[in-house]
Design a protein around this ligand. Structure first.
Ligand code: SF4
Length: 387
């Protein structure tokens, strides 16, 4: 039987998040949503979120059917980074390593060396910087500036913004803080620099939820999409959560009230429709060529980060297995299937297997030397950008 499961982003309507939770699905950030699909036996994944999230889920779950309540839910960051312009930009700086945010189309991901979420961007770019790499960052300029400040890396940033976070205003936030002097301010790094300057904690959606749980203050002002309040309040029911203001002092209107208009295009009615009616209007398709290219930077970063931050052998094995499978399955084997005629395919695969065997043999000799001088974790960070 074709089981279906719902994964929802933290920014979707609380009713949708509750539905995902109560039906065995998951509420998470974009990469976690896609990873959940990988580990679940359901053959159909309903992704409640915006289009790039459905695409990311498809890239990591190519054999599964990925449905969305609506294919019209876009993202201003994704829209701000068109393929042709971005490729020209990268072509002008061939010496730079291209690191892109998950909030990009499959075509932009395919152009990248690395794909990151805001929770791992600093860690990765700090490491690339330590190798002397210069970076192209896309698409969010606020997040790019924040990472640059944190790491000191040489970053050439694309100029996109999130229409939700860009609306948080420091002057209004400052006034709010005067009313709630004991409140902690938690902000997403897609917010403007002046807002981040007032924040007690800056982090990704999942990091903000964890922080709300652990921080000592009872009142918390949140500068991100208000959809996050549902999970955050569940995580810390005793705390008072306040939405950060989005209009300047004296402003008559609030442009978006901390709500992503595309996330709100997801409704329960559309979910039911996509799960029960003709899936044609709801299914995500990505050209095979793009899917293969975009898979590599995603898998490599997931594997390397898991290995790099793991404190036990199982985490290291899992991360390394992900890297290995990503590198092998997405690139080499795909290429073999596409380019080599059936008659010679077995010989080609045997040859590739021999090369992998020799590589592993050499790595067994070199790894202990690296570990002795630089520590175990250095092995994974060193090999990450070269795989
Ligand atoms: S909240 Fe911003 S970054 Fe998230 S989907 Fe909406 S426009 Fe894109």
């Amino acid at each position: 039987m074709n089981q279906k499961i719902i994964v929802a982003h933290y920014y979707t309507d609380p009713a949708i998040q509750a539905l995902a939770d109560s039906t065995g699905g998951k509420v998470a950030d974009s990469l976690e949503m896609a990873k959940f699909g990988q580990n679940h036996k359901a053959q159909t994944l309903l992704v409640a979120g915006v289009r790039f999230m459905g695409e990311t889920a498809k890239i990591l779950n190519p054999e599964k059917i990925i449905l969305m309540p609506t294919l019209k839910a876009e993202c201003s960051l994704d829209l701000s980074c068109p393929e042709k312009e971005f490729n020209n930009f990268c072509d002008q700086h061939p010496e730079r390593t291209v690191v892109v945010y998950a909030n990009t189309s499959a075509a932009i991901k395919a152009r990248a060396h690395w794909v990151v979420t805001s929770s791992i961007a600093i860690q990765l770019i700090d490491y690339l910087d330590s190798l002397g790499k210069k970076i192209i960052w896309a698409p969010d300029k606020h997040l790019g500036r924040y990472i640059q400040k944190k790491t000191g890396a040489d970053i050439l940033s694309w100029h996109g913004t999130c229409i939700v976070h860009d609306e948080f205003k420091s002057r209004s936030l400052y006034s709010m803080k005067k009313i709630y002097p004991n409140a902690a301010i938690l902000a997403h790094p897609e917010s403007p620099e002046s807002v981040l300057a007032l924040a007690d904690f800056i982090g990704s959606t999942s990091q903000l939820i964890k922080c709300a749980q652990s921080i000592s203050q009872q009142q918390i002002i949140i500068a991100t999409d208000r959809g996050i309040l549902f999970k955050m309040q569940q995580a810390c029911p005793d705390k008072i959560l306040l939405e950060a203001p989005t209009s300047e002092e004296g402003g008559m209107t609030c442009l978006n009230c901390g709500t992503c208009p595309w996330m709100r295009m997801n409704t329960i009615k559309k979910i039911i429709h996509s799960l029960t009616k003709n899936k044609k209007n709801h299914e995500i398709h990505i050209p095979k060529r793009l899917q293969k290219k975009a898979l590599k930077p995603l898998i490599l970063v997931l594997g390397s980060i898991i290995s790099g931050i793991s404190n036990n052998i199982w985490g290291v094995i899992l991360g390394r297995a992900m890297q290995g499978s990503g590198a092998i399955s997405s690139v080499v084997m795909a290429l073999l299937n596409d380019l080599i005629c059936e008659k010679n395919r077995i010989k080609a695969m045997a040859f590739i297997g021999l090369i992998f065997g020799m590589t592993f043999a050499v790595s067994i000799i070199i790894a202990p030397i690296l570990a002795t001088y630089y520590g175990i974790h250095s092995i994974f960070w060193i090999t990450a950008p070269t795989t």
